[in-house]
Design a binder for this molecule. Structure first.
Ligand code: E4P
Length: 244
């Protein structure tokens, strides 16, 4: 199981990287927009500096910020050249027009992480177009089944048999995607994002994700347990009593 850090916060990234368990970082425009205003280039540069300091050579996904295919191509090529970080993957949103962009970038030797995938067919088509990684959004897949603002879209998709109930169960979506990748020998890796808690992280890997990208706020929950605290305190107090 590979754990990535899903953040653009420099303090959170540093605190995680120095502990050595993370094998990558994923960012997106919303995560960057939570940080103090600065230049995009300078901020990504600082993330790369932290990687070089603590875990040289780990994965970094950086997302394009446009829906125009020509701009996406230009941004992707610019990031690769500008940052010169060999393990950088460019996040490109999934979509019909985007498939051609993914194909072009992959053919040019650029690692693509196809992001915002919500179902199996999106993930398979992106992988077939050349994406090295497909990001399936666990929490948002689940939300898709209940989101009141999306009732019309959900009903339309179900009525035309584009989706069914299984498409809102993230465990089933990731499991089916992994099964198809393995059966058909598709070499792309599944990243699950949109984690909503430590339990999601465990379940995403059990469902077949190769990589789980996790917001740093969940790391303390992943590494602690109330019974651990109890037993460690008990051992220490027993030993102190014996010493005195
Ligand atoms: C990861 O690649 C995604 O950008 C991220 O996990 C999305 O998470 P969210 O649904 O919490 O925005």
């Amino acid at each position: 199981m590979k754990i990535f850090i899903d953040s653009a916060n420099l303090t959170d990234i540093e605190e995680s990287l120095k502990r050595g368990f993370a094998q990558g970082i994923t960012t997106n425009p919303s995560l960057l927009a939570k940080e103090p205003k600065s230049s995009f280039e300078a901020h990504i540069g600082k993330i790369i500096d932290l990687i070089k300091k603590y875990q040289p050579g780990i994965h970094l996904s950086v997302e394009v910020f446009s829906r125009d295919q020509k701009t996406i191509l230009d941004q992707a090529q610019k990031f690769i050249k500008q940052f010169g970080y060999p393990e950088m993957s460019i996040k490109v949103q999934v979509g019909w027009d985007e498939l051609e962009t993914i194909k072009k970038l992959s053919a040019a030797g650029i690692s693509v992480n196809c992001t915002a995938c919500m179902n199996v067919t999106q993930a398979v088509m992106a992988a077939r177009a050349g994406a090295k990684y497909v990001s399936l959004f666990w929490g948002r897949i689940r939300d898709g089944g209940t989101d009141a603002a999306m009732t019309k879209e959900r009903d339309e998709a179900i009525n035309k048999k584009a989706l069914d109930g299984d498409d809102f169960n993230p465990f089933k979506v990731v499991q089916a995607t992994r099964q198809i990748f393995d059966q058909d020998k598709i070499p792309s890796e599944i990243i699950t994002g949109s984690m909503r808690g430590a339990v999601d992280v465990r379940d995403a890997r059990l469902a077949g994700a190769h990589i789980v990208t996790v917001p740093p706020k969940f790391f303390p929950d992943m590494i602690s347990h109330f019974k651990t605290d109890q037993v460690v305190n008990q051992f220490l107090s027993d030993f102190e009593k014996w010493l005195s």
